[in-house]
Design a protein around this ligand. Structure first.
Ligand code: DGL
Length: 302
């Protein structure tokens, strides 16, 4: 593949930008919340769709991809923060990223177990995530901590690894928007295997979306579990945490309020450019020219 030619900015222009990455388009849900929280900030988004799904790969693979992406983004400039907008990459790679880049403020995403336990009435919480996330030791620790902190309240978490769902959501952006047959089939299968949903004793009344891709199928999931079940995701909380962190780190915030809309964001993908363009337009209303094709080699400055 040919080296990348960024079309909008040169390397030094990316000083102070907020980086965001995911295995694919799922992190766009986090990017949307980040932009809503900090409209004056500039962002660079990396969709690693050419290597998705992360949730069904080995830890070593996800760690290697996360380091590669981080190195390429940092080669473009000193980022203000780097948001790992992927539960799977956060679960398996964020510790080694922090160890290698101690000066970079990394913000990860984790399934919203704590808010779920606070708000459940039946004490039964469903958690949908990737195999990588739910099998990780970081998730295990999170589960233990949340349970311990909630005592004497006790929660029962029903964990559901949703093999194939993130990939189906990725693939759907290449198809017609209404072609949701595979997604609907997978959602129905996983919802059914979690058990009964509702407000009666021992029914699941709260469903945690533990993968950033799943928010894009929340209407399908809500239909399946019923309107009274609360669906929880983490985009807004992560956006608020990112804002807090960068405000603390920069006494004089590096705002870019005079940048035009197109100068404020660029998006890259290692997968099909048309898919990212379609997802960015569909979910964030961003025009196709803001999306670029990344190669496996580099995201080189011009
Ligand atoms: N969106 C990602 C997450 O939050 C990963 C999905 C995948 O690539 O398996 O876990």
């Amino acid at each position: 593949m040919a080296p990348i030619k960024p079309t909008t900015q040169n390397a030094s222009d990316l000083e102070g930008v907020i980086g965001v990455f995911d295995s694919g388009i799922g992190g766009l849900s986090v990017l949307k919340a980040l932009r809503a929280e900090m409209p004056q900030e500039r962002f660079i988004y990396w969709a690693d769709s050419g290597f998705a799904p992360y949730g069904e790969r080995t830890d070593d693979f996800v760690i290697a991809r996360s380091h590669d992406i981080t190195a390429k983004l940092l080669a473009r400039g000193r980022l203000k923060a780097l948001v790992v907008a992927c539960n799977t990459a956060t679960a398996v790679a964020i510790e080694s990223l922090r160890a290698e880049y101690p000066l970079v403020p990394f913000i990860g995403v984790e399934p919203a177990l704590k808010p779920a336990l606070v708000q459940t009435q039946t004490g039964c919480v469903g958690v949908m995530g990737t195999q990588g996330t739910l099998n990780s030791s970081r998730f295990e620790k999170l589960l233990q901590t949340v349970q311990k902190d909630a005592l004497p309240k006790q929660g029962h978490f029903v964990l559901q690894a949703c093999k194939g769902l993130a990939l189906a959501i990725e693939k759907q952006t290449e198809k017609s928007f209404n072609d949701t047959a595979e997604i609907a089939h997978l959602c129905a299968k996983y919802v059914q295997s979690m058990g009964s949903f509702g407000h009666a004793t021992s029914q699941i009344d709260t469903l945690v979306l533990g993968c950033t891709h799943y928010i894009f199928v929340q209407d399908i999931l809500q239909n399946l579990v019923g309107p009274e079940v609360q669906l929880l995701s983490t985009g807004e909380a992560v956006a608020k945490q990112t804002k807090r962190l960068i405000t603390q780190a920069n006494e004089v915030p590096l705002a870019h309020s005079h940048s035009s809309e197109s100068e404020k964001i660029e998006l890259w993908t290692t997968g099909a450019l048309s898919s990212l363009q379609s997802a960015a337009l569909r979910w964030l209303g961003l025009p196709p020219e803001l999306c670029h094709q990344a190669t496996t080699q580099s995201l080189s400055p011009p």
